[in-house]
Design a protein around this ligand. Structure first.
Ligand SMILES: Nc1ncnc2c1ncn2[C@@H]1O[C@H](COP(=O)(O)OP(=O)(O)OP(=O)(O)O)[C@@H](O)[C@H]1O
Length: 613
């Protein structure tokens, strides 16, 4: 068989393809061929927070103004006490105090609204980036991650990350408040300030020790949330089977096990987080007792005035919420950082197509070249210890019907998945329209191929949108009607509540056979020159199977149609039959030729009670 390397005449992209084909074969089978994990795709909190600098600056300035107002209040109290003792008028002092209090509250409210907007925009950007990245991951990677796990990144992880916005602005302000308060306290009485600082230092060390453990715990909690979401999603997807086998208790017990593990981890986290306010209260009480004892002694010795002591106590009371904000804020920040790490783990997974894949030149199909050609292809699915395909070679004509047949597990679906580059070969090459499939930019390759999978998947979208998936230009109503008529779906679609504009899935779902025919109509409407059909007749009745044959024959007049079929009656008229078994091609040729020379094919035909001669 010829080499896996593309011909020298092919574009520079081919050298990249050759390079990738030269990689060690072991686990490259279903590894992505794109690059990923680009530092630019990672969530960088500072970058995210400063994405709207004008709004952030406004919010910070307003928050600083609100903090300034709070800081000024005890000084005004001191002035009122002094004026009160001196029997001076208090009108101006009280008015000033009211103005400072109202302006401070207003500034705080507006700053909060601006921060909410910044936070929600950041979460929106993050969610859309994660969802788009997940959609562009290689299929085997998505399967390995699990849909529930991936969903948890845009739900609970995104919410934890959202908190970082509030915290990231609260922390510097709380720090500023504490430092500024300490400066004023030093100005009032440095001895009392020293006592306060010593108490706060002991408190900080204890809180930091707790926070370090909290970050680890939040990471573990998010992983556990992901596992519960994953198992729950999988159970709901298999709900009919679960119900049919009365497996609700088994499924519920497994879910309860996961939920219990989550509970245990969350309980540890809960204990750690309740320790923080307890330590804070204790520390503040020690600071207060020390200050009152020292202040009392200094009052008695005449080193401190009553008004100054009252102001000092007010400042001390004011530092309590700021210190508390610092401690709980650092706790929430740990949660946000753990969520960021989980999001970055996902964003680091390499995409199917590299960043410059779309910039590569699109090859021009070679006139007369086979639509698809397998050259000594081997492929092992990730997680499997045996190859699904071994040294497979076959060719399909530019137009006409090719049937891929063989017993279950022979590797037929894997062969189709390789053509669409859902998985990568360990060795060998697949050529599409005369070029190594890796030379094609992924989008351009898939635009040439219509694929009907075994599940006849429909998106949760209208029937019209489902039919037009992958089309470069919208289909006219006449084209849609013709495609529906060809697969015998005209009346079924007319019966839907809103006809073609009915959203499929959920309430308005279709039967298995109807879905199958919708998927076939979609292939019919596509602009693709190669049509891959995986088990397209498994749920069709006799009449619809006949219709299917007619549709496929029409398609095969102008396109290359490759059909994986168990029911040989639907493909025995194929111009070309590829007989596979245990990951290899046993024989290939016309139906009659194979009948005469290929025993496994004869046995397959005989097993379906079809005439062998
Ligand atoms: N996602 C996967 N992960 C691991 N192994 C897989 C995966 N998909 C298929 N395989 C294995 O690869 C081999 C070929 O499977 P494939 O689905 O290609 O066979 P098939 O001929 O299409 O079978 P069937 O007619 O039953 O659909 C089988 O041994 C199967 O267990």
């Amino acid at each position: 068989m010829s080499s896996a390397s593309p011909a020298p005449s092919e574009s520079s992209a081919s050298s990249a393809a050759s390079a990738s084909s030269a990689q060690p074969a072991a686990r490259t089978a279903v590894q992505p061929d794109g690059t990923g994990g680009d530092a630019r795709t990672q969530v960088r909190l500072r970058h995210e927070l400063t994405a709207d600098p004008a709004r952030l600056t406004c919010a910070l300035l307003l928050a600083v103004a609100a903090t300034g107002g709070t800081l000024a209040l005890p000084l005004l109290v001191r002035r009122i006490i002094t004026d009160f003792s001196a029997h001076r008028a208090l009108g101006t002092d009280v008015a000033l105090m009211c103005v400072v209090a109202v302006c401070g509250a207003l500034a705080q409210a507006v700053a909060g609204m601006l921060l909410a907007r910044i936070g929600e925009r950041m979460t929106y950007r993050l969610r859309t980036r994660i969802m788009e990245h997940a959609l562009r991951l290689p299929l085997p990677v998505v399967r390995a991650q699990g849909t529930g796990e991936l969903t948890a990144r845009i739900t609970s992880d995104a919410l934890l990350l959202r908190e970082v916005v509030d915290v990231a602005t609260q922390l510097p302000l709380a720090g500023l408040t504490v430092v500024a308060t300490l400066f004023v306290m030093v100005w009032i009485d440095w001895v009392l300030t020293l006592v306060t600082v010593l108490a706060l230092a002991v408190l900080s060390v204890l809180v930091l020790l707790i926070l370090r453990r909290m970050k680890v715990n939040v990471g573990a909690q998010q992983d556990a949330v992901g596992r519960v979401a994953q198992r729950f999603t999988a159970s709901l997807e298999a709900l009919a089977t679960v119900k049919a086998y009365r497996a609700e208790p088994v499924a519920a017990a497994a879910l309860a096990g996961d939920a219990d593990r989550l509970r245990a981890i969350a309980l540890q986290g809960g204990r750690l987080s309740t320790l923080v306010p307890a330590v804070l209260t204790l520390g503040n009480q020690f600071a207060m007792i020390s200050v009152i004892l020292t202040g009392g002694a200094r009052l008695a010795s005449g080193d401190l005035e009553v008004a100054a002591f009252a102001a000092f106590l007010l400042y001390l009371l004011q530092t309590v919420p700021s210190v508390s904000t610092l401690a709980t804020g650092f706790g929430r920040l740990q949660g946000g950082l753990a969520a960021r790490d989980r999001c970055n783990d996902l964003l680091a997974l390499p995409l199917e197509a590299g960043p410059h894949d779309a910039d590569r030149p699109v090859p021009v199909p070679v006139p007369g070249a086979p639509a698809v050609e397998f050259r000594s292809v081997s492929c092992t699915h990730s997680g499997s210890d045996h190859p699904a395909l071994r040294d497979v070679s076959f060719t399909t004509a530019p137009t006409g019907l090719t049937a891929v047949v063989g017993p279950s597990g022979a590797g037929k679906s894997t062969a189709l998945a390789l053509i669409d580059r859902f998985v990568q070969p360990d060795a060998g090459s697949i050529r599409v329209l005369g070029h190594d499939s890796r030379v094609w930019p992924l989008e351009a390759l898939r635009a040439r191929i219509a694929y009907v999978d075994q599940a006849f998947t429909l998106l949760e979208a209208t029937a019209r949108e489902n039919l037009q998936l992958g089309r470069t230009r919208p289909a006219s109503d006449d084209e849609l009607a013709a495609a529906l008529a060809a697969v015998g779906l005209t009346e079924d679609v007319a019966r839907l509540p809103y006809g073609l504009d009915t959203v499929l899935g959920r309430a308005s779902d279709l039967s298995g056979g109807q879905r199958q025919r919708m998927a076939l109509a979609r292939a019919l409407l596509s602009d693709a020159g190669i049509v891959l059909l995986d088990e397209p007749t498994s749920q069709l009745d006799g009449l619809n199977e006949q219709r299917f044959r007619a549709v496929v024959d029409t398609l095969a007049l102008t396109r290359a149609v490759i059909v994986v079929a168990h029911r040989l009656s639907t493909v025995q008229h194929a111009r070309h039959v590829v007989m596979m078994s245990q990951g290899t091609v046993v024989d290939a040729g016309e139906h009659d030729t194979l009948l005469s020379r290929c025993l496994p094919y004869r046995e397959l035909v005989a097993s379906q009670a079809l005439p062998v001669r």
